[in-house]
Design a protein around this ligand. Structure first.
Ligand code: LLP
Length: 385
């Protein structure tokens, strides 16, 4: 939703900070992704971790997408929103017995397994229930995603998945795990990947691995390449959606799928980031020794990405049309890292003005915390405000 079309008048009676979601943009994004995956017969599992707001989950589930979950509670949230268990994949390096049992009881589609001890435990718990668990091996392809080090996952130094060297012994061990059925392989190399070319070496790795699995006589029905497609944080108005067409086409061109094999994706950020905005009010404008601070009532507890990853979110004063001035836009939390932007040009700002922190629909609301005994921000939607 571009500046100027935020319903600022309607915001006036609402306590800040809050998340505001543009449901039209979400619908358009879902429609685009749906068209693209349909074109190639791919399957998209929305990564619940990006945003688990029930209304958003319901909108995504109703479009027929599956869900990518990383905890028992995410599985519950997905089920509550209407994602069928048969379309749920479950990843994570530390799945507990309780979570595995929940997933087994619900008969989810697939466990994305990250280690041998996990495989043994799933086998044991499935055995106790007299079930066969479908699993995909999460393989760490050692491909550099060229993104922030905290959101790079596919390198040997990262904790995720089996390394390429371990696969042989895992396959051997699988022979004796009677309550496990290997159905595929899974990858995820990182998040906020802006140059989609880095998915090409991933495809090459998958192609090589497919050959080696085939040499061992193993047929894989499913390939899952995770998520990671980046969005334009600098220009959310000009680019409200990433180039989904180019993204899916890249896999179509580079990945050699076998007859009947299904390719799965787990996009999170690219689905929900641009539809969400954190709306906050200016509490004070404070003259510093060398700069001016716009102190807002949202902080790192409401949107932690700038403090945690030095991430940039575009900031706009949506109340003011006055000529621009430079500010540090900071929150009220007792931490020096509670800064959204520094030396940043905003329309001249005054106490009470609304400030919009853009592209906050992914890893925003869901990462909010109670630090400083603060409340978790509410969410409002453009179709019902
Ligand atoms: N699949 C797996 C196995 C993942 O680990 C992730 C994200 C996704 C899918 C979805 O990736 P996406 O399409 O959203 O890039 N909190 C960080 C991002 C952490 C991403 C973790 N894994 C941030 O705010 O940038």
């Amino acid at each position: 939703m571009a500046k100027g079309i935020f319903p600022v008048d309607k915001f006036k009676g609402i306590e800040t900070p809050f998340y505001f979601y543009d449901t039209d943009l979400l619908k358009k994004t879902l429609k685009t992704v749906k068209e693209q995956v349909k074109k190639y017969g791919y399957v998209q599992h929305y990564a619940i971790k990006a945003n688990a707001n029930q209304k958003i989950l319901k909108m995504i589930a109703s479009e027929g997408f599956g869900a990518d979950c990383v905890s028992g509670n995410e599985i519950q949230a997905a089920i509550e929103a209407g994602f069928p268990a048969s379309k749920i994949v479950f990843a994570g390096v530390g799945k507990t017995d309780k979570e595995i049992n929940l997933a087994l009881a619900l008969n989810i589609f697939c466990f994305n397994v990250e280690s041998l001890p996990e495989l043994e435990v799933i086998n044991e718990l499935a055995g106790k229930k007299g079930k066969i668990a479908q699993v995909a091996l999460r393989i760490n392809p050692n491909v550099d995603a060229h993104t922030h080090e905290y959101i790079t996952t596919g390198l040997n130094e990262n904790k995720f998945g089996f390394s390429l060297n371990q696969i042989e012994s895992v396959i051997e061990r699988l022979q004796s795990l009677k309550n496990i059925q290997l159905i595929g392989i899974h990858f995820h190399i990182g998040s906020q990947i802006e140059d989609i070319k880095v998915f090409e070496p991933l495809c090459e790795r998958v192609n090589d691995l497919q050959n080696s699995f085939e040499k061992k006589g193993i047929k894989l029905g499913h390939i899952n390449v995770g998520g990671g497609l980046g969005i334009d944080y600098e220009n959310p108005n000009a680019n409200p959606m990433p180039d989904f067409q180019a993204y899916f086409e890249l896999f179509h061109k580079n990945l050699k799928l076998r007859e009947g094999q299904i390719l799965h994706f787990e996009l999170g950020r690219s689905i929900v980031a641009q539809c969400g905005t954190l709306i906050t009010r200016v509490v004070y404008v404070k003259e510093g020794e060398i700069k001016e601070f716009a102190i807002v009532d949202a902080g790192m507890t409401d949107l932690i990405r700038p403090a945690l990853y030095q991430a940039y979110h575009k900031v706009e004063n949506i109340s003011s049309n006055l000529p621009g001035k430079k500010y540090d836009v900071v929150g009220p939390i007792c931490e020096s890292s509670d800064v959204f932007v520094k030396d940043y040009e905003l329309n001249e700002t005054h106490r009470g003005d609304f400030i919009a922190l853009r592209s906050a629909g992914a890893y925003g609301e869901i990462m909010a915390s109670h630090y400083n005994c603060r409340e978790i921000p509410n969410a409002y939607f453009s179709d019902k405000i």
